[in-house]
Design a protein around this ligand. Sequence first.
Ligand code: G3I
Length: 328
Amino acid sequence: MTDTTSLYKKFEKDFKIGAAINHRTMYSAEKLIDQHFNSLTAENEMKFENLHPAKDEYVFNTSDEMVKFARKHNKAMRGHTLIWHNQTSDWIFQKNGKLVDSITLQNRMKDHIDTVVGRYKGKIYSWDVVNEVISDEKDTFYRNSKWYEIMGESFIEKAFDYAHKADSEAKLLYNDYNESDPIKRDKIYQLVNQLKEKHVPIHGVGMQAHWNIYDPTLDNIRAAIEKYASLGLEIQITEMDVSMFAHDDKRTDLTAPTEKMVEFQHERYLKFFEIFKEYSQHIGAVTFWGVADDYTWLDNFPVRGRKNWPFLFDHNQEPKDVLHKIVK
Ligand code: G3I
């Protein structure tokens, strides 16, 4: 009998169900993507260093292919990410071996955003405009980065302004991880609130949701959703995975998850979806940072030589028991 279950159909009235894909998994998991997801994000292919490796060189082959793939399968597409401290080519910050001045960087940023957002105008419904600028350190507000060093905090609002000018219909998000940690959560709230007060065109908060089978607590997740929702903006869960390992677990000897891990992950996923459903009027999309356990960025991270199993589909791309419970 054909399996007609579908994660995205189950939640069609609530929020989109997304997956991050890359140039390999979009084909190796094509059937699964088609059946269960209605929103796609490029895992790396739309990042600065890939699209804009040199000053006058844009490379769009792979990202265009992904946008076409999404259209062919009738899937919505998210854009990830315009301004980040990571995976951004060094040339943008430099001229003749020295750091550029603020105006030069601002103009280069504008060119990048105009070109990339403009190219996919009407094809990408939501952009992670600014990614991970809040510090994880308790007493520091902003993360140190070349963007911040050269432009001060103004780079954040400029990025949103330029993105909005390039596609006034796209939903523009601030996106971050450790988003459910109370201290970081309050800083993210403060940043977004300031932007709103300045009438910066920001439409949502991306909660990355790189979680594990123990952390964060359900209470902290709820509190974070409520806090971001109180800004009156949309929330998107943008990069969800549920690692089988606690932060301090450094084991490398497992070739399959233990029964306890499977049980904990199962329970956590059920609770997460209960919470998402409860707050569905605030949540526009729930995106996983991958498709199935045969590939995840968590393999080898943060512990080299370690496999992980963070998704609802196993390493054979078969649904886990919990998937059936979720779609029931
Ligand atoms: O493409 C090169 C390849 O040419 C080279 O031979 C190989 C050797 O290391 O590296 C390849 O690049 C890797 C790239 O992924 C593509 O596979 C990089 O080393 C590796 O660092 C990079 O990791 C990505 C990571 O972002 C970088 O920070 C992960 O795939 C990607 O899943 C991850 O995604 C981020 C989000 O964008 C933002 N939020 C956190 C999330 C997880 O870290």
